[in-house]
Design a protein around this ligand. Structure first.
Ligand SMILES: [Zn+2]
Ligand SMILES: [Zn+2]
Length: 333
């Protein structure tokens, strides 16, 4: 671990690595045309991590992966940094709700999540990011108002607690069905929009405490979501305290991926709108604190920001990842 803080030049003496490769900074990339396209693009942009959808994320069903797709994906990784499966993160379908109070919907969600993990295992992808789920006010029938801020300190409400339990039970079912799998579900921090769970760090900790095989459950921190959820990370000291709080309530050791996004939506707004790095409201202090935290040195950090070209003509992914690498590599002023 101590070598992580050494300079790039001493650490990777075999060949030159870019700062993004060194710091495991990358982006969510398109698999349009072929799954391997995301790997090929990450390699050509010389990124150090990649996130992808292994299937159409807006549909329940996906065709099984063919032998050809699998061997092409393996071929794209061969001889690259992406032979390391921890540099590749999958994001599951947006339809999945492991907290759903509706039995049919939850069964469908479990099946969809299980299929996603089966795909990841075949592909050699070690991390499958999933939003924890929404309780849909299944117990009381009364949902929070959109303007009500998150109370990050209080105990979960009855609806929330029941939702957290359903998530843990759903994950137990999936773990039981997929005994021995290497890929881990990484539950992502959320903004707390609607009835979504996971906006409070202790939600994640509670789920992990409840599941029967906690060692198989991991976390993903989204910098935009944490800010919009209402954690004050406005200064270096506050940002450090937020990470300490995550450690106390959920555990930094279980974080296996970071979504590094800036936020277009205001602090504590519970809105989920990603902004280009440095152009949103998160502030440098927060992003720097995450990028430079030693616990995150070995894990993938991926952008989920808009594609297209920046005003200077470069691709936004290039501009944003370069900014992140710069912040990762330089001690604060
Ligand atoms: Zn995210
Ligand atoms: Zn988001």
């Amino acid at each position: 671990m101590t070598t992580r803080s050494q300079k790039t030049t001493t650490m990777d003496s075999k060949q030159d690595v870019t700062p993004c490769e060194h710091y495991r900074i990358g982006s969510h990339l398109s698999t349009s045309g072929a799954l391997r396209a995301a790997i090929d693009e990450a390699v050509s942009l010389r990124l150090g991590a990649v996130q992808l959808f292994t299937r159409n994320q807006r549909q329940w069903n996906a065709k099984p992966l063919t032998h050809e797709e699998l061997s092409e994906f393996a071929a794209a990784r061969r001889g690259t940094l992406f032979e390391d499966g921890t540099r590749i993160v999958s994001h599951n379908s947006y339809l999945v709700n492991l907290a759903s109070p509706d039995a049919d919907n939850r069964a469908k969600s479990i099946a969809c999540e299980r299929a996603e993990l089966e795909r990841c295992e075949l592909l050699g992808v070690m991390t499958s990011v999933s939003h924890p789920g929404a309780h849909l006010a299944g117990t009381t029938g009364v949902a929070r108002k959109p303007k009500d801020p998150n109370d990050l300190d209080c105990e979960p409400s009855a609806d929330e607690l029941d939702g957290l339990k359903r998530i843990a039970q759903s994950i137990d079912t999936i773990h039981r069905d997929l005994a021995g799998y290497k890929v881990r579900i990484a539950l992502e921090t959320t903004t707390g929009s609607g009835t979504n769970l996971g906006y409070a760090f202790h939600h994640l900790g509670r789920i992990r405490d409840m599941v029967k095989e906690p060692e198989r459950l991991a976390f993903c921190i989204d910098t935009c979501h944490v800010f919009a959820a209402g954690y004050d990370c406005s200064t270096a000291a506050n940002a450090g305290a937020v990470l300490q709080r995550f450690d106390a309530e959920a555990g930094l050791a279980h974080v296996v991926a970071i979504h590094v996004n800036d936020s277009e939506a205001p602090f504590a707004s519970r809105k989920d709108r990603h902004a280009h790095i440095g152009l949103g409201l998160c502030g440098e202090a927060w992003l720097r604190a995450v990028l430079r935290h030693p616990a995150f040195a070995p894990i993938a950090k991926v952008l989920e920001t808009e594609k297209g070209l920046a005003p200077d003509g470069r691709a936004w992914d290039v501009v944003n990842s370069a900014q992140l690498a710069q912040w990762a590599s330089v001690q604060v002023k």
